[in-house]
Design a binder for this molecule. Structure first.
Ligand code: C2E
Ligand code: CA
Ligand code: CA
Ligand code: CA
Length: 277
């Protein structure tokens, strides 16, 4: 019995070490991918509910990994988040996104769009986050109020420094969005404490299998508005969802029903078509 127990411990140990070395290998590959320009920013439009205009685009990272095709963030962002590698990844996307939106806005006379970037909790807690963002704005000339930084509510709860960094960003004029709202331990009463401008309502709120989902949605939009936050509903896949959100006074929507994330090169034509249509 003793030896089999030890055997099990060895196997467990082996599995842990294997996982750790796979993680280290993937981390190395991601770092190399950043250096070799293998990352891409895709963009998904955020559309105003009242007028149907595209207000901005969310930048979503992809990895064009040689031999693997286009790898989705679900497969590598969590690994990058295990170390400060995520700061470099976020910053790469941030700079790319600011550069792209400056070039798109150059072709638009009015209704300049914003770009929305995801900043991971770990990055938000580091003091470099504000310099990374200031540097991207300075390098590209993007006006601060055309940049939205998306952070999750859990990122705010974790670290005191994170909240301070958000205050600094807001002083610069950068807009803050609370991402995935409703997936953490949030309560509507905490909304007023959040140093934010926008609330992104998680797509689980649109699940019509949940009893009373419309009422929950109505209360959430109402509470957000009461404390001065604009609302963006995520994961809108059906026209009926859009109709409900319009009735409830939600400000903006994002989801496959409007458009899937697209490569940067596809945005100008998409945007032109959206202005006509
Ligand atoms: P997220 O920030 O919540 O982004 C929204 C995700 O929902 C995206 O997945 C988007 O493609 C997907 N989506 C959009 N509309 C619909 C819809 O109608 N239905 C469904 N089912 N999904 C929809 P994606 O691009 O795979 O990104 C996954 C997550 O990876 C993001 O979730 C975000 O947390 C993370 N991520 C992406 N890019 C970055 C980045 O540059 N930095 C960091 N730190 N995280 C990133
Ligand atoms: Ca997001
Ligand atoms: Ca989200
Ligand atoms: Ca997310």
């Amino acid at each position: 019995a003793k030896s089999s127990g030890k055997g099990r411990a060895d196997l467990y140990d082996l599995a842990l070490r294997k996982a750790a070395s796979e993680q280290a290998a993937l981390e190395g590959a991601i770092r190399q991918g950043i250096d070799n320009e293998e990352l891409r920013a895709f963009y998904q439009p955020i559309v105003g509910v009242q007028n149907g205009r595209v207000l901005g685009y969310e930048a979503l990272v992809r990895w064009e990994r040689p031999g693997h095709g286009i790898v989705s963030p679900a497969e590598f962002v969590a690994v990058a988040e295990q170390s400060d590698l995520i700061c470099d990844l976020d910053t790469w996307v941030l700079q790319r996104a600011c550069t792209d939106v400056v070039s798109w806005n150059g072709d638009l006379d009015r209704d300049q769009v914003y770009v929305s970037v995801n900043i991971s909790a770990r990055h938000l807690a580091r003091s470099r986050v504000t310099t990374d963002i200031e540097a991207a704005l300075a390098a590209t000339g993007l006006p601060a109020d055309r940049l939205v930084v998306e952070v999750t509510e859990t990122a705010l709860a974790d670290e005191l420094s994170s909240v301070q960094h958000l205050h600094r960003l807001r002083e610069l004029g950068v807009k803050i969005a609370i991402d995935d709202f409703g997936t953490g331990y949030s309560s509507l009463s905490r909304l007023q404490e959040m140093p934010a401008d926008l609330l992104k309502i998680d797509r689980s709120f649109l699940d019509d299998n949940r009893r009373g989902w419309r009422e929950v949605l109505r209360l959430t939009v109402g509470a957000a508005h009461a404390v001065g936050l604009r609302t963006i509903a995520e994961g809108v896949e059906h026209p009926e969802q859009l109709a409900t959100l319009r009735r409830l006074g939600c400000d903006a929507v994002q989801g496959y029903h409007l458009a899937r994330p697209m490569p940067a090169g596809a945005v100008p034509a998409f945007h032109r078509a959206s202005l006509i249509g």
